[in-house]
Design a protein around this ligand. Structure first.
Ligand SMILES: [Zn+2]
Ligand SMILES: [Zn+2]
Length: 124
């Protein structure tokens, strides 16, 4: 079960719902990775056909260090040949991999005022 967060800027009215954690469909390998770029989806498929096991996805709330976008960053982890690996998603706006996990004190991507991040229920 995942947690829904609402990021809101009281200054400019920016508001976005973010889906953190994992959901029910996340244990189906064919559904995992839709949030990744095509390249990374292809990599994940290759790893699964190479025998990757325990493929799970988690999402954490991040801010992009390049464009300031706030988003739920998907992190796919799997075990292959006894070693744990991770494939980390990119910024949906600028495709940067330069993200920083945030809890609060996030600047608004539009006006740079402080965003309030509140829990807004559960999903799945
Ligand atoms: Zn704002
Ligand atoms: Zn970005």
């Amino acid at each position: 079960m995942g947690v829904v967060y609402r990021a809101e800027c009281k200054n400019c009215g920016y508001s976005k719902r973010l889906f953190a954690g994992g959901g029910r469909n996340d244990c189906m390998p064919q559904k995992i990775g839709r949030e990744l770029s095509e390249e990374k989806q292809a990599l994940l498929k290759e790893m699964i056909s190479n025998g990757a096991k325990r493929v799970i996805i988690n999402r954490i709330i991040c801010a992009c260090k390049d464009c300031g976008e706030i988003y739920a960053l998907p992190i796919v982890s799997y075990t292959l040949d006894g070693e744990k690996h991770e494939i980390i998603g990119d910024c949906p706006k600028c495709s940067s991999e330069n993200a920083e996990a945030v809890e609060n004190n996030v600047p608004c991507p539009i006006c740079k005022a402080e965003i309030t991040l509140t829990q807004d229920g559960l999903w799945d």
